[in-house]
Design a protein around this ligand. Structure first.
Ligand SMILES: Nc1ncnc2c1ncn2[C@@H]1O[C@H](COP(=O)(O)OP(=O)(O)OP(=O)(O)O)[C@@H](O)[C@H]1O
Ligand SMILES: [Mg+2]
Length: 523
């Protein structure tokens, strides 16, 4: 069969418009590199090397799911993201910190840590601006997620009734947001202990026709009121009203004794956040008002009734974004997973998880293959655009480029400083870690060595004495003349420099080949 081929002259622009001829490999820059002022920088795309700026205006919503094996870089990305969001949009953040892994970082960056179970309590019956009737529904929902309450309607009814009585006894108006006593002072909400007491009194009367139901209802609540385990059954020490507008807040759940208590803590916080969200009104300006992070909170991420789902559904219009991270994508409920606007897939190994991801996000086998061999910080990004245009929604970011907190390290000079330097009070040289890294790279050191040196500082409370540093760097192949130049630039005088090098020589002779134990400076 003969085929005739006709050649026509057409302009490049026209060629570009023809999707049949030009199928882009990554989303067009318009969607990932547009308004660099109002977006969050993540890293460069692999193929076209475009700096990817996350801009949720083009996405179905601002919510983000992050999956990846342990150590793949989920928490690192979250820290980077929150840092930039606070910078770009002045966003507040609340981290629901299952394992307490964000605590140190939050403190370092000047945020607040609320450690539940370690001196901080939340009263489950606090209203957080809600009417008691609404709050009762939420409390029952939490108890249903965490216990078998929903299987026992009569016990559920008894519990609800007793909570209501506890509020009434404490002079609360059931259908009101305003709760004041006769003198206009705020009322003190009851606790679960009061609820248990009411049920016990009812049991003592002996007139109720299903005593076993009553006993079981009491028993269930008592799990949360025993002395030492009454984290949610005493007066709140946390100002829930302020939570959503306090900059960076870490809700550290690691001090609670088990998964059930942690889940309860997380659920309560989410409920209050969702409530504040509704009360805060729509956000008309650009950006996000609050970012809520759920890292490894599988118990709540799995349940459709948790308020995480509510924030996903309604967050966009209020400027609330949810960031949900897990090692196991199947732990994130489908109604969350299929509704987030952005998914970051870091390294994933299990076929079961890859199947799940590929089925819901529809990326190519090539990308699937790549995900299994990603290095730390490398990610496939899936964006759910709300444009009808056709282009790939999943692309690879070479490396998430992180924002580290401005941490200082110190080169100690105490033992080597000349009298002059001592008089000037210069007995240590401070560095930002990023600056130190940059300096080390200038010595021609590769990244592995750079990291080893940074680690040496970190292992010693971030203080390393100059002599140890010199021994370490010389062993890594840095020349003495470069070291001398480095110290001089840092303001170290000749006399001190001679001290440093002669002590380094002594040490090398004394203990051949072996790095002298690093001096620990307590300050
Ligand atoms: N993009 C990155 N650039 C440089 N270092 C990174 C990057 N991502 C992660 N790291 C480093 O890798 C280590 C592990 O990262 P991270 O704690 O974020 O892993 P994770 O996925 O949260 O693991 P887990 O599931 O165990 O919590 C950390 O020391 C972190 O500093
Ligand atoms: Mg982590």
């Amino acid at each position: 069969m003969a085929t005739k081929v006709y050649l026509n002259e057409i302009s490049n622009v026209d060629v570009g418009r023809r999707n049949i001829l030009f199928h882009p490999l990554e989303p067009p820059p318009k969607y990932i590199f547009n308004d660099v002022i109002n977006s969050i920088y993540v890293g460069r795309t692999e193929i076209l090397n475009v700096p990817f700026h996350w801009d949720f205006r083009y996405l179905t919503n601002p919510h983000i799911a992050i999956v990846g094996i342990t150590g793949s870089g989920k928490s690192y990305f979250i820290k980077t993201f929150l840092t930039r969001a606070s910078f770009v949009w002045n966003s507040n953040s609340i981290i629901i910190d299952w394992a307490g892994e964000y605590k140190d970082w939050v403190l370092q960056t000047g945020g607040k840590v609320v450690s539940l179970g370690r001196g901080n309590y939340i009263n489950l019956l606090d209203l957080g601006g809600m009417k008691p009737y609404d709050r009762i529904k939420q409390v029952l929902r939490s108890l249903s997620i965490l216990t078998d309450l929903s299987q026992f309607p009569e016990q559920k009814r008894l519990t609800a009734e007793a909570i209501e009585q506890a509020y009434i006894k404490a002079k609360f108006k059931m259908d009101s947001v305003e709760q004041k006593d006769e003198l206009g002072r705020p009322l003190e909400p009851p606790t679960l202990k009061d609820v248990v007491k009411i049920l016990e009194e009812k049991a003592e009367l002996g007139t109720y026709e299903f005593p076993a139901e009553l006993d079981n209802a009491i028993y269930r609540l008592k799990q949360f009121t025993r002395p030492g385990e009454d984290y949610f059954a005493q007066k709140s020490t946390v100002d829930l009203d302020k939570l959503v507008s306090s900059g960076l807040v870490d809700i550290d759940l690691s001090g609670l004794p088990d998964e059930r208590f942690r889940a309860l803590g997380a659920l309560v916080i989410l409920q209050f956040i969702a409530e504040k969200m509704r009360a805060s009104g729509w956000l008309s300006k650009k950006g996000l008002r609050l970012l809520v992070v759920l890292d490894e909170a599988w118990k709540i991420s799995k349940d459709e009734n948790s308020d995480a789902v509510m924030i996903i559904r309604e967050g966009r219009k209020y400027g609330f974004g949810l960031i949900i991270a897990s090692q196991n994508p199947t732990d994130i409920h489908e109604s969350i997973f299929s509704n987030v606007g952005t998914t970051f897939i870091l390294k994933v190994k299990f076929d079961k998880y890859l199947d799940y991801l590929q089925n819901s996000l529809n990326f190519s086998d090539y990308i699937r293959e790549r995900i299994t061999t990603f290095g730390v910080g490398q990610a496939a990004v899936n964006l759910a655009f709300h444009t009808p245009e056709k282009f790939p929604q999943t692309f690879i970011v070479k490396k998430i480029e992180g924002e580290e907190p401005s941490k200082d390290v110190f080169i100690e000079l105490k033992e080597v400083a000349s009298e002059v330097m001592k008089e000037m009070g210069t007995t240590a040289i401070p560095f930002k870690v990023s600056e130190l890294r940059e300096r080390l790279r200038r010595f021609g050191m590769d990244e592995t060595k750079v990291e080893m040196v940074v680690k040496a500082f970190e292992r010693n409370n971030r203080h390393l004495d100059a002599v140890t540093l010199v021994v370490l760097l010389e062993r890594m192949g840095v020349e003495r003349k470069n070291l001398a130049e480095f110290f001089k630039e840092m303001g170290v005088d000749d006399e001190s420099l001679i001290n440093i090098f002669s002590k380094a020589d002594l040490r090398k002779e004394g203990k051949k080949g072996e790095l002298t134990s690093v001096v620990l400076e307590d300050e």
